[in-house]
Each structure stands twice: as structure tokens, then as C-alpha cells.
Design a protein around this ligand. Structure first.
Ligand SMILES: Nc1ncnc2c1ncn2[C@@H]1O[C@H](COP(=O)(O)OP(=O)(O)O)[C@@H](O)[C@H]1O
Ligand SMILES: [Mg+2]
Length: 277
């Protein structure tokens, strides 16, 4: 995992700060955050509810702009683009998968995955072939003619992942994708993200509050007090992705991390798992 520092990071945040003004009060969610993400990385971002995980992911995906600081993508200061330039960047380079995946209910899995290619006016045969290939990669070759309502929650998430990969983005960003799935199904989704990362080299950044799911990600970071620190202090896998001074830091409130997990364990135990992976 160690990277030489002469490689240009695929994504680099420098002094990234994000503030919200809420009822006249200023809330600093991210403060002078530094991060390097290298091509092919697979990173889990953890932290208790309200820590700023989603905010960070939104800024990484340029869906929201920082209050100050820079974001470089492959060396380019990306927020210097105008809004059309940013939209083109997102379509080309970023695949988003969220818990609410917005599959179109009246279309089949295949049609949903084909959608980005149809919108880009690519030849239909080519689009269909690629969509079938992607659905095969996420283990849904047998389900391509199903509509979302005829798929389990985990299967719907796989369709969303296949759709997000259609345009061959260099980065896949996922926010609590598995939040409404039981642990086994969630682990299956993370295993698919791992396979896709290993087979296609797509860089994966997932937000999750479950350390057991994060375990499939070689690099584990925590949003803590507006900065990124290691989940396990001095974890050698982190390399130079965060500043040296933060690599030893313990989470300010480790119990908050654990409390979140315990609640989920409890919920899972009381819900029972009805759906397969
Ligand atoms: N648009 C917004 N306006 C005001 N406050 C916000 C906004 N978005 C997020 N926040 C606040 O920022 C903090 C971090 O939110 P978020 O990034 O969603 O946390 P997480 O994803 O880690 O649970 C929270 O306190 C939240 O209430
Ligand atoms: Mg969130």
C-alpha cells in the first residue's frame, strides 16, 4: 500500500474547509482537511453520525463546493471550472452510489444500467453489451429483465453500482450504500466493490459507519473534529494520504464510533435478515 510521494494523487484535498451557517450560527464541519487518494485506492471513511462524512463525499464529488481550500483531480484544481465544466467532470470521472439509488421503477435492470449510455447517445448495441457486461460483473446476469420492484434491496444496490460504472469513471463514491441492508447483504455489496476495484482499477471511496464493513477496505480513515485521522493510529497502510502529524492521533471520541456500531448490531439482531445477499 505504500506509495511513493512522486506519484500524482488522483484526488488531493488541501486545507479543505466547509462551513454551514445555520440559524445565524456558523458550523465548521471540515477544517483544513488534507487528503491524498491514489489511483486504485480503496478507502473507507468512518465517523459518528454528524461528523461530516457526507459533507466530505459531496465535496470530493464536486456536488458541493468547499468554503475554502483546494481540491485537485489528477493535478487539476477542479473548482476553478465553471458549473458546466464541473458537470462534465462529474459525468466523466465520478460514479455516485447512494443509499437511495433512484433506479427508474418502470424500467428493467438492463435499461437502468443502459441509461447513461443512451443519454450520451452512444450506439444502442454497444450500450446494451456494456450494460450486460456490468450486470454480469455485479452478479446479476440472471436478473437483467427484472424491474427494481422485482429485486431485493441488495440487488437494487448492485444495479445502482453497475449504472454508476457505465461511463467508466475513475472514482466510485458511495455514501452509506449498505445502511438499509442487513450485515450479510452489506458485506456482499462491499465484496463486489472490492472485486470491481481489483478487476477494473476503479478508485473506491466509501462512507460507512460500520467498522465490520470497512474491514474490506485496505485504508480506513475517520472524520474527527473536521479532519481525517486513521481508524487505527499509526496504520502503515495509510502511507502519505494524510499529514504525518495526524497519523498517530487517536479519535477524540472513540466511544461515539463504537456506540453507532452497537446500535446497528442491535438493530440487525432485532430485525432478522429476510433477504439474501
Ligand atoms: N446544508 C446544510 N446546512 C446546515 N448544516 C448542515 C448542512 N449539511 C450538513 N450540515 C451539518 O453538518 C454536520 C455534518 O453533516 P454530515 O456531513 O451529513 O454528517 P455525517 O454524514 O457524518 O452524518 C451535521 O451537523 C449537519 O447537521
Ligand atoms: Mg451522512
Amino acid at each position: 500500500m505504500s506509495k511513493t510521494s512522486d506519484e500524482t494523487p488522483l484526488i488531493e484535498c488541501r486545507d479543505l474547509t466547509k462551513e454551514f451557517v445555520h440559524r445565524g450560527k456558523r458550523l465548521t464541519v471540515l477544517e483544513d482537511l488534507d487528503l491524498k487518494v491514489y489511483q486504485g485506492d480503496r478507502i473507507a471513511i468512518m465517523g459518528p453520525s454528524g461528523a461530516g462524512k457526507s459533507t466530505l463525499l459531496q465535496v470530493l464529488g464536486t456536488l458541493d463546493d468547499p468554503t475554502s481550500g483546494e481540491l485537485y483531480f489528477d493535478g487539476e484544481p477542479i473548482f476553478e471550472r465553471d458549473s458546466d465544466g464541473l458537470a462534465a467532470f462529474r459525468n466523466r470521472e465520478i460514479g455516485f452510489v447512494f443509499q437511495f439509488h433512484h433506479l427508474l421503477p418502470e424500467f428493467t435492470a438492463l435499461e437502468n444500467v443502459m441509461m447513461p449510455g443512451m443519454i450520451a447517445r452512444r450506439p444502442q448495441n454497444e450500450v446494451r453489451d456494456r450494460a450486460e457486461h456490468l450486470l454480469d460483473m455485479v452478479g446479476l446476469a440472471e436478473r437483467i429483465q427484472h424491474q427494481p420492484g422485482e429485486l431485493s434491496g441488495g440487488e437494487q444496490q448492485r444495479v445502482a453500482i453497475a449504472r454508476a460504472l457505465f461511463m467508466e469513471p475513475r472514482v466510485l463514491l458511495s455514501d452509506e450504500l449498505t445502511g438499509n441492508l442487513d450485515l450479510k447483504t452489506g458485506a456482499g455489496i462491499h465484496a463486489i466493490l472490492r472485486e470491481l476495484n481489483e478487476e477494473t482499477g476503479v478508485t473506491v471511496v466509501v462512507v460507512t459507519h460500520d467498522p465490520r464493513l470497512a474491514d474490506q477496505m485496505p485504508i480506513k480513515l475517520v472524520v474527527d473534529d473536521g479532519e481525517l485521522i486513521p481508524f487505527e493510529p499509526d496504520d502503515p497502510a495509510i502511507g502519505d494520504r494524510i499529514p504525518e502529524a495526524l497519523k498517530h492521533r487517536e479519535p477524540t471520541n472513540p466511544r461515539a464510533l463504537r456506540a453507532d456500531t452497537d446500535r446497528e448490531v442491535w438493530e440487525e439482531a432485532t430485525r432478522g435478515s429476510l433477504e439474501g445477499p
